[in-house]
Write a protein that binds this ligand. Structure first.
Ligand code: SF4
Length: 462
């Protein structure tokens, strides 16, 4: 039973024990930044919500990190580790693909540790008040992890909370005041995360994850990271530089910039690249960005500052489907952009979505063939499933074909792309032999058992 730590949370002078938790799951899964996906080749980055809070909370409270997914922990070992820390509060990720399992884990932890539990993740974007009403164990849900809301909730300073749903004596309060145009936070405690447990395609084994912006200024209809659901704000550039200086002083030489769309604001991005060149020699980096942000000047600047991989959402080869999704990219530019990237030593990575609304079988096959023709360093094919918080989730938009047909299409796309001789040569020449075996077996497992694509928001039925 809960053992009554709650009273302590009302004192601002009390140093609390706060656990930052990524709960265990049977598959390797990513749940951070309000986006939940399966890891197809076993890749994982550091959960950015937990990282940011390790800096914000760590300045005032005792913080411990338990990333049960990265460490491959069983439910029992994760539960024991979490309860043994004897936390006053737990900040836990929950995801739309793993919701049932996450909520059951949280209930059990609450029964054992009695801690105040605050959650974030894509599942909270849909009817958070329903989540709080139906789960006595959950005290609050955050819509932004870069501000002081969690700290304010834990220190009973709720007047200052901006973007969260939380319980009060009067009932549940939901605030969505939007982020400030700029934010900053203390340097996260990178050392609290076991770097060996994280890896990404085409990145060195040791890397750190750093955020330079929250949300995305675009609003693609299938995506829940856009301005419509998360808002958009930039991290103060001096604050980003401070974190880069810190990790460089710790000997880290590769950064994953975890922005949803890296490179917003030409002047600011130029300054960041210049900072890397002058103050972080030997550093390489990679990031997600958009095709329409990349001109020759930008690519050259990125390469000079250490960029080695850019991951781009190409989504579909059918312009009609792109326009309906509100992501109408000019794909005729893609081949040339990829060529310039390769010339500058940057590997292009490309992401595609099969089964988007309005996509026909022929347009998905065209997407598959276009992916092969573009020949990116890697391609990721995803089955469309409306994401909680996205426009299409709220409108109940269905995918273009059944789950079974979509899984077959995703399998076919992977086989078509990766069984080409030049893909095989690239894979064997670029991937270190140790990682090659792991990636191959993870990919084969994924292809054979493409996991269930059911997503649940907090307000959806089972
Ligand atoms: S798909 Fe990319 S560009 Fe579009 S809203 Fe999402 S993060 Fe932004």
């Amino acid at each position: 039973m809960p053992h009554g730590h709650f009273a302590m949370l009302n004192s601002r002078n009390q140093r609390l024990r706060v656990l930052l938790l990524n709960p265990p799951f049977k598959h390797r899964v990513l749940r951070d930044f309000y986006c939940c996906t399966y890891s197809k080749t076993g890749y994982l980055w550091h959960p950015i919500d937990l990282l940011a809070q390790s800096g914000i909370l760590g300045a005032r409270h005792e913080v411990s990190v338990c990333d049960a997914v990265a460490l491959g922990m069983t439910r029992k070992s994760a539960l024991d580790a979490a309860a043994n820390f004897n936390p006053d509060a737990v900040y836990s990720l929950i995801g739309s693909l793993t919701l049932e399992s996450d909520l059951a884990f949280i209930e059990e932890l609450y029964r054992r540790a009695g801690a105040k539990i605050i959650v974030s993740g894509d599942a909270v974007l849909n009817k958070p008040e329903f989540l709080l009403e139906t789960h006595p164990s959950i005290h609050a849900a955050l819509f932004n992890f870069t501000n002081q809301d969690l700290l304010n909730i834990l220190e009973a300073n709720t007047d200052s909370v901006r973007d969260a749903a939380f319980k009060t004596q009067r009932g549940i309060e939901v605030r969505r005041m939007g982020g400030a145009s700029e934010f900053q936070y203390p340097v996260p405690n990178h050392a609290a995360f076991n770097h060996n447990a994280y890896n990404m395609p085409l990145a060195p084994q040791e890397f750190v994850t750093i955020l330079t912006a929250f949300g995305c200024p675009h609003s693609c209809a299938f995506c829940n990271s856009g301005v419509r659901s998360l808002g958009f704000s930039l991290r103060r550039i001096e604050n980003v530089e401070q974190e880069i200086a810190h990790v460089h002083s710790q000997g880290i030489r590769h950064i994953f910039f975890k922005d949803m769309t890296f490179g917003i604001g030409k002047e600011r991005t130029g300054r960041l690249c210049e900072y890397l060149v002058r103050n972080a020699p030997g550093t390489t980096w990679h990031a997600y960005t958009r095709l329409d942000l990349l001109d020759e000047h930008t690519i050259t600047m990125f390469a000079r500052s250490g960029c080695r991989l850019l991951q781009l959402g190409i989504e579909t080869a059918d312009p009609r489907v792109g326009s309906a999704s509100r992501k109408p990219l000019d794909l005729s530019r893609a081949a040339n952009t990829f060529k310039i990237m390769r010339r500058e030593g940057i590997t292009p990575g490309a992401h595609f979505i099969m089964g988007l609304p309005r996509a026909t079988l022929m347009s998905d096959i065209r997407t598959m063939r276009r992916a092969a023709a573009l020949n990116p360093g890697y391609a990721s094919f995803n089955a469309f499933m409306p994401r909680p918080g996205s426009e299409w989730f709220e409108k109940g938009q269905n995918r273009a074909r059944s789950g079974f047909a979509l899984k077959m299409l995703v399998r076919a796309a992977y086989l078509y792309f990766y069984c080409r001789p030049r893909s095989l040569v690239a894979f064997f020449s670029r991937t270190a032999s140790m990682r090659r075996g792991q990636s191959l077996s993870a990919m084969l497992r994924y292809l054979i058992f493409v996991p269930d694509l059911k997503r649940r928001g907090a307000g959806s039925g089972k």
